[in-house]
Design a protein around this ligand. Structure first.
Ligand code: FRU
Length: 523
């Protein structure tokens, strides 16, 4: 399935959108049908997310190379600059000072004779162990997968290898290493990719995580160029409905105390609600081997639109911030946007908690909610609010501990409704987007109600939080003990909020979330 995607990429048409480099208001663009339309103002197109990251134009998938350096967050991403569908992959680039506002940068890495540039990660080589920089100017080093489309076409199996590149100007421009590939593909099979590198303080080594079909591999290095294989993990562990992709491994302290290691693995297909999803394992890492006692499958987000998520390297104060691609390979190339395709999830802070077992919470970083102006509503049941801008909003409220069933409906004048709720008998949350707006672009988009087993942090009231942004809903219970992310394409903005429940809805507040996008130039 994925293999088909990559091969198709070889023959991707390049006749689509033009005018993507122009940033004038009312620019003229050619659409997919080669008709001419008048584009609206910068980042004002239909369905354009207003406070999520999306590329100015064309196709984006996984976040790559997430790293914090010199007060700047770097987001690289899988990018095809010539089409709104997947094609020969580049690394797009954007930076942020606060994880809320983003500045577009020129493309960082483009395909070369070794192949397309697939997913990977980036580090700051503070001691210049790679020798690419100097003590005064340490290099940033990125590691990525080379996907060689010609070799794949020719029927070879060793077409995915790992390469590195470095930047001596704080991520603005990148030079590929002439000794690439640094990890060749020797009998690793056709799915050998998505390097995550990080510095491991205890062993004083660079660690590399890779995925090879149905398992992860761990390597280490002293110079980021020569890598030694150490161990593997996962052949018979966790979910295996599809190939393993986009690994990440990092330590987290349970409520600030005991330290555990968390391994993230994306799989496609095989997610609990169909298609793409990201599972995790909590365990131990001793510098060589990852082990986990975890029995059940755990998922970072139960919605259908959070995939290939990984975390930032080099963060201050051990913070762990995660970003995912807010789409699903089941229909990601068909979503009804014209000029660009897909967005990232909100950046989410990860925390590790313990009850019967260990579990992760994930919740948008403070920068997203910091300066919002909330309107507060008195306790009532049921709730019915009209004429509100619910298309770009943060909605929060509380229910008692052990809540009864509830159903939140966001609706509009076009009679579209998306439902987010909880069924006590099934003890599960759900998002029902079957009548949420445009859904007929793919049979797989609205073919089911997505569900998540309920997990409550049983200390006082249950907190409910919803972020909507033109074409997405991110739903969090108890600060992200459960998270569900779903795209929606309402025919007109949602303006009516209805909350049905036997309980009293307390502390209901609603804030419009302002747009982060203004005209900017990458020149
Ligand atoms: C995940 C993924 C990665 C790969 C990239 C290609 O969505 O399939 O495994 O590196 O996308 O764009």
């Amino acid at each position: 399935m994925r293999f088909r995607k990559f091969v198709l990429g070889l023959v991707t048409a390049t006749f689509l959108t033009s005018g993507c480099k122009e940033k004038n208001n009312a620019e003229v663009v050619k659409t997919e049908n080669n008709t001419t339309t008048t584009d609206s103002a910068y980042y004002q197109e239909k369905y354009r997310p207003q406070y999520h990251f999306s590329p100015e134009a064309n196709w984006m998938n996984d976040p790559n190379g997430l790293v914090f350096y010199k007060d700047t967050y770097h987001l690289f991403y899988q990018y095809y600059p010539d089409d709104t569908k997947w094609g020969p992959m580049h690394w797009g680039h954007a930076t942020s000072k606060n994880l809320r506002d983003w500045e577009h940068k020129p493309v960082a890495l483009a395909p070369d004779s070794l192949g397309y540039i697939f997913s990977g990660s980036a580090v700051v080589d503070q001691n210049n162990s790679s020798g690419f920089g100097s003590a005064e100017n340490p290099p940033m080093v990125a590691m990525f997968t080379y996907h060689n489309a010609e070799m794949a076409e020719a029927g070879r199996e060793d077409y995915q290898t790992q390469g590195i590149a470095y930047s001596l100007d704080d991520g603005d421009t990148w030079e590929k290493y002439e000794g690439n590939p640094v990890v060749p593909n020797v009998d690793q099979g056709i799915d050998f990719r998505d390097p995550k590198i990080f510095w491991h303080e205890a062993s004083q080594k660079w660690i590399l995580l890779l995925v090879a079909g149905d398992h992860a591999q761990i390597y280490n290095s002293t110079d980021l160029k020569k890598w030694d294989f150490l161990s593997d993990f996962g052949q018979k562990r966790g979910a295996h409905g599809g190939v393993w992709e986009c690994p990440d491994l990092f330590p987290l302290k349970v409520d600030g105390g005991e330290e555990k290691w968390v391994l993230l693995i994306s799989i496609n297909p095989g997610a609990p609600n169909g298609g793409s999803g990201t599972q995790y394992f909590v365990g131990e890492f001793d510098g060589k081997t990852f082990t986990s006692q975890q029995k059940e499958d755990k998922w970072i987000d139960w919605g259908r639109d959070n995939y290939a998520g990984v975390t930032f390297n080099n963060m201050p104060q051990d913070d762990r911030v995660f970003l995912g691609w807010m789409s699903n390979w089941n229909y990601g190339e068909q979503t009804p946007t014209e000029k660009w395709r897909s967005a990232m999830t909100l950046p989410r802070k990860l925390e590790l908690k313990k009850d019967d077992g260990y579990f992760l919470t994930n919740y948008p970083v403070d920068a997203i909610t910091q300066n919002l102006s909330y309107e507060n509503f008195a306790a009532e049941k049921p709730v019915q609010l009209e004429n509100k801008d619910l298309n770009q909003a943060h909605i929060e409220f509380e229910l008692p501990e052990n809540p009864s069933d509830f159903r939140i409906a966001l609706s509009n004048a076009s009679k579209d409704s998306v439902y987010v709720g909880y069924s006590k008998t099934q003890n599960q949350f759900y998002i029902d987007r079957i009548a949420s707006g445009e859904t007929d672009f793919s049979e797989k988009f609205a073919d089911r109600i997505m569900t998540a087993p309920a997990q409550f942090i049983k200390k006082g009231p249950t907190s409910i939080s919803l972020f909507t942004d033109q074409s997405s809903i991110e739903f969090f219970v108890d600060g992200g003990a459960t998270a569900m992310t779903a795209q929606v394409f309402p025919k007109s903005p949602y303006t009516i909020l209805n909350i049905q429940t036997e309980d009293v809805v307390k502390n209901l507040k609603l804030a419009p979330v302002p747009s982060i996008w203004k005209n900017q130039s990458t020149d």
